[in-house]
Design a protein around this ligand. Structure first.
Ligand SMILES: [Zn+2]
Length: 200
């Protein structure tokens, strides 16, 4: 089992299991080499803008976030979902934050108004889920199993690929460089351009 795992990787975009020897995902065409240029910063921007096609979910730590910081945030403030905000899992973060805040308010008012029976039964499930999220996240972060949203960072990509980019149309955005299919179109475009130039 472990031998098989070491030979394969799971595509962070579509979940397809691919061999490590493959250069790109056999299902969605993601070029695995591009994973060297992902950051959590770019991932967070994509999450906020709801650009789902850009978001990749990885379990290895991107260079711009630290595991130790995530563990500390989760351990001390995980009940408020702080580690989820730090790593860009905003939906999970807001869930934990709201459930905890509402539960706190109810606990404070418990002595003032006697509706403890209603609220304790009403919040039993969400509070339980929140606590399970909190503890399981801590274990997942510690074991490098927590899925971190990342995206290809244009700045980083340009920094390392200046030479290849000089040969391409400068208007080409990172999305156009995302998969081989589109790259082929670029090549065709460039060929067409050079053909035109040759004719002229
Ligand atoms: Zn894929």
């Amino acid at each position: 089992m472990s031998k098989k795992n070491s030979l394969t990787i799971k595509c962070p975009r579509c979940g397809e299991v691919c061999f490590k020897t493959q250069k790109k995902c056999s299902d969605c065409g993601l070029i695995f080499e591009r994973l060297n240029y992902v950051t959590n910063r770019a991932g967070k921007i994509a999450v906020v803008r709801r650009e789902k096609e850009k978001i990749l979910r990885v379990t290895n730590w991107p260079t711009d976030v630290k595991k130790s910081k995530a563990l500390l945030l989760c351990g001390f403030f995980g009940i408020f979902g702080v580690h989820n905000f730090y790593l860009g899992r905003y939906v999970k973060g807001f869930f934990s934050l709201i459930v905890t805040l509402v539960a706190c308010v109810c606990l404070m008012l418990e002595n003032v108004i006697d509706y403890s029976v209603f609220y304790s039964s009403f919040f039993f499930l969400p509070t339980g889920i929140m606590v399970i999220f909190w503890w399981s996240d801590f274990v997942l972060i510690a074991l490098n199993k927590y899925k971190i949203p990342v995206a290809i960072d244009t700045k980083m990509f340009h920094l390392y690929n200046k030479e290849t980019f000089e040969n391409l149309d400068t208007n080409n955005s990172i999305e156009n460089q995302f998969s081989d299919e589109v790259n082929m179109n670029n090549v065709i475009n460039i060929n067409e351009k050079s053909n035109k130039e040759n004719k002229e």
